[in-house]
Design a binder for this molecule. Structure first.
Ligand SMILES: [Zn+2]
Length: 620
C-alpha cells in the first residue's frame, strides 16, 4: 500500500482526527512543573490570552462507568473586557440520542459510518453525560444551565480585566459506549478512553467566546496548569497527559524505586500537567506499559493490550524506535518538543491528538500504525497542541500542516526518496477542486456539506497550502518559515495571517494574495502552454488564481534551460538558479517570451509542486 492509500485510509477510516544560520529558534524550556500564570505577549502588540488552572479530584467506578468529580478552576481574565458570563464544554453530552452530533450524523449525506445512527440507539446506561451538581464563583452559588454540550453560566459578579476568580464545581459523569474517540469497551476492548471528559472552560479570545457545541469534530481550548487526582481500581494502568507525581505508590511501570502501594482496592494517581489546554487519559487492566527515552528529548510511554495477538504486540515493539525518530525529526524541523513525556496509547478508536499523548487504534498493521497514524498524530503535537490555532475555525492549519510534516517525515525516516512526498496529497486536492464539492478553507469544521469535503480540504488542501508555499517562496525559505512560525507563536493560538506574515518576513515577498485566494476562495490554478513557435513561447492563465511560474524549456539541440516568471504582485522572486525573465501581471491572460535557441518542447512546473488542476495543458 503506497503512502497515498495509507493516508486516504487514515482520513476515511481514522478520520479524526534544514537548519540554517539565519534561523532564530529559541526553544521553549522543558516543562516539568507548573509555571506561574503569565500573559504571553508579542512585542509591540496587544496580544493577550486567558489562563486556567484546574485542580480536579475524580473517583471512577469501573463497574458502572460513572465517575464523580470535584473541580476547582482558577480563571484569569487577561482580556481587556469585563466578562458577565462564562461557558463550559460538556462534551460527553454529545453521546445522547437527539444530540446535535447524533442528528448531524443522521442527516449528513455521507455520514462517518463509525457514528452512523449509533448514538440514537444508546440506552440510558450507555449514554455519556456530565451533570453539574453545583457551581460557585468565589464561594457564591451560580445560576447555570446545560444546553446540549455547553454549560451557560451567569456570573454573580462580572470578572474585571486582570482579575482571577475561583470556580468550584461538583459534577457526575458517565462514560459513553465508545462511538468516537472517548468511551468505554470499544471494539479493541480498551476499558476507558477518556478524552474531553471533564467540564472544560470555553476559550475567550480576540474574537470573543468560542463555546462551540460539539458536533463531533474539532476543539479549541485555554492553556493552563492541571493538577488531577484520579482514583480508580488498583488493577487499572493509566496513561495520558501529565506527569505522575506518586510513581512509587502506583507502580504499573511508572516506578522509579521500590513500589510502596497502599493496601486499598483503589489507587489515587496524582498527575500534574503544566501549560496544556487539555487533559486526556486512558485506562485498562490489561495494558502493557513500555518506555523509551528519546535522546535529548522526552520519555516515550507506550500502552497497549497484552490480550492482542503476538504479531500485534510485536508491532507495538517495532513502532518504538521509529516513534523516537519521528519525535526527533519533528523537533528538528519545527521546534523542540517542550515536555519531558509523550505517550502513545491504544485507545481503541481512530487516531486522535491530545496533550502530551495520542489515543489510537492498536490492532492495525505495523505500516498502518507507524506511517499512517503515529506519524500523523505525533505531528499534531506541534500544530494542534503547541501552536493551537483555533481548530474549529481553521482545521486546515492543524490537519493540513500536520499532514505536510508527516509526509516529509515518512519520506525521510523510511528513506522513500520521493522528490514530492505530497504527490498523492496534491492529486487528492485536485480531485476535490474538480469535483464541484469544494468549499473554501475558511469554512468552519462543522459546516462542510460533506464529511469527505471537510477531510479532503482540511488534510489535503491544507497540506498543499504549505507545500505550495515552498514552491512560491523557495524550499529553504519555507523551512525557515515553519521554524519561525513555531518559535513566534508557540502557546499563542496563531491565526491564518500569522503563517503568511511569517513567510513574508522570511522571504521579503508579498504573499497575502496566496492566503486570500487559496484559503478564502475555491479559485483554482490552471496555467497552460498556449503555443510554441520557433523560439517563441506563449503561456496562458486559465484559472483565476495567480501564481509565479517555473518553466522548463528543451531546445532542439537537446539542451534544457529552466526559466522563472515572477508574479508581479509578489514584488520579488524566490531564490532560484533558473533564468529569471520579465514578471507576469495577473490580469493579463497570456504571456509571451522569446528564447535564444529554437524550442523543441516546454513544460510548466515539472516538479508538480504547483497545484495546477489541469496538468494536461502544461506541456507542449
Ligand atoms: Zn489529524
Amino acid at each position: 500500500m503506497n503512502r497515498f492509500f495509507i493516508s486516504i485510509y487514515c482520513v476515511l477510516i481514522f478520520w479524526s482526527c534544514n537548519t540554517s544560520k539565519n534561523s532564530v529558534v529559541t526553544e521553549p524550556a522543558i516543562l516539568t512543573t507548573p509555571q506561574t500564570p503569565t500573559t504571553p505577549s508579542l512585542s509591540k502588540s496587544t496580544y493577550w490570552q486567558q489562563h486556567v488552572d484546574y485542580k480536579m479530584e475524580i473517583d471512577m467506578d469501573v463497574n458502572t462507568y460513572q465517575y464523580k468529580g470535584k473541580q476547582t478552576l482558577v480563571y484569569t481574565n487577561n482580556s481587556p473586557d469585563v466578562l458577565n458570563r462564562v461557558y463550559y464544554h460538556l462534551y460527553f453530552n454529545a453521546f445522547q440520542p437527539g444530540s446535535e452530533m447524533d442528528v448531524r450524523s443522521r442527516t449528513i449525506a455521507d455520514p462517518d459510518r463509525r457514528v452512523g445512527d449509533r448514538i440514537s440507539k444508546l440506552k440510558p446506561n450507555e449514554i455519556g453525560y456530565i451533570k453539574v451538581n453545583s457551581l460557585k464563583q468565589n464561594g457564591k452559588t451560580l445560576k447555570h444551565e446545560t444546553v446540549g454540550t455547553v454549560l451557560e453560566v451567569d456570573l454573580v459578579k462580572p470578572i474585571q480585566p486582570g482579575e482571577s476568580v475561583t470556580f468550584n464545581m461538583d459534577f457526575d459523569g458517565q462514560v459513553p459506549v465508545q462511538i468516537r474517540r472517548s468511551g468505554r469497551n470499544n471494539q479493541e476492548g480498551v476499558a476507558l478512553s477518556m478524552a474531553q471528559w471533564y467540564p472544560k472552560l470555553a476559550e475567550y479570545d480576540f474574537e470573543g467566546w468560542h463555546a462551540h457545541p460539539y458536533i463531533g469534530r474539532e476543539f479549541h481550548g485555554v492553556w493552563g496548569d492541571f493538577d488531577v487526582k484520579l482514583t480508580i481500581d488498583k488493577n487499572y494502568v493509566v496513561g495520558g497527559t501529565g506527569y505522575l507525581q506518586n510513581p512509587n505508590s502506583i507502580g504499573h511501570g511508572y516506578e522509579t524505586g521500590e513500589i510502596n502501594r497502599p493496601n486499598t482496592d483503589k489507587l489515587t494517581w496524582h498527575f500534574v500537567a503544566p501549560k496544556v489546554h487539555d487533559f486526556t487519559w486512558a485506562a485498562d487492566p490489561d495494558y502493557i506499559h513500555d518506555t523509551t527515552q528519546v535522546p535529548n528529548g522526552p520519555m516515550l510511554h507506550f500502552f497497549y493490550k497484552k490480550t492482542m495477538s503476538e504479531e500485534q504486540k510485536n508491532n507495538w515493539k517495532r513502532i518504538q524506535p521509529k516513534s523516537v525518530e519521528f519525535m526527533q525529526y519533528y523537533s528538528e524541523t519545527v521546534g523542540k518538543y517542550p515536555y519531558k513525556q509523550y505517550s502513545i496509547i491504544q485507545g481503541g478508536d481512530g487516531g486522535m491528538e491530545y496533550g502530551m499523548c495520542t489515543l489510537l487504534l492498536g490492532e492495525g498493521t505495523y505500516e498502518g500504525l507507524i506511517k499512517g497514524v503515529i506519524s500523523h498524530e505525533m505531528a499534531h503535537t506541534w500544530f494542534q497542541f503547541l501552536l493551537a490555532n483555533n481548530e474549529s475555525k481553521h482545521p486546515w492549519m492543524d490537519e493540513g500542516f500536520s499532514t505536510y510534516i508527516e509526509y516529509h517525515g515518512v519520506n525521510i525516516i523510511f528513506n522513500e526518496g520521493k522528490t514530492n512526498p505530497l504527490e498523492g496529497v496534491y492529486n487528492a486536492y485536485i480531485a476535490l477542486a474538480n469535483s464541484g464539492r469544494e468549499q473554501p478553507l475558511t469554512t468552519h469544521g462543522d459546516r462542510y456539506t460533506f464529511n469527505r469535503s471537510y477531510s479532503l480540504a482540511s488534510y489535503y488542501k491544507g497540506g498543499v497550502f504549505l507545500s505550495q508555499l515552498g514552491y512560491i517562496m523557495g524550499e529553504e525559505n519555507l523551512n525557515l518559515t515553519i521554524k519561525k512560525y513555531f518559535t513566534d507563536f508557540v502557546f499563542k493560538h496563531p491565526k491564518p495571517l500569522d503563517i503568511i506574515r511569517t513567510a513574508e518576513k522570511i522571504s521579503g515577498l508579498e504573499l497575502n494574495w496566496y492566503l486570500t485566494d487559496f484559503a478564502q476562495t475555491t479559485n483554482t490554478i490552471d496555467y497552460a502552454v498556449k503555443s510554441v513557435k520557433g523560439n517563441s513561447v506563449t503561456l496562458e492563465r486559465i484559472g483565476l488564481m495567480p501564481m509565479p511560474i517555473d518553466l522548463t524549456v528543451t531546445y532542439t539541440d537537446g539542451v534544457t534551460e529552466e526559466f522563472y516568471i515572477p508574479l508581479q504582485m509578489m514584488r520579488g522572486e524566490k531564490p532560484t538558479a533558473a533564468t529569471i525573465i520579465k514578471d507576469w501581471a495577473w490580469a493579463y491572460p497570456t504571456y509571451t517570451f522569446e528564447t535564444k535557441k529554437t524550442i523543441k518542447s516546454v513544460e510548466i512546473d515539472p516538479s508538480g509542486l504547483m497545484a495546477d488542476v489541469d496538468r494536461g495543458n502544461n506541456k507542449k
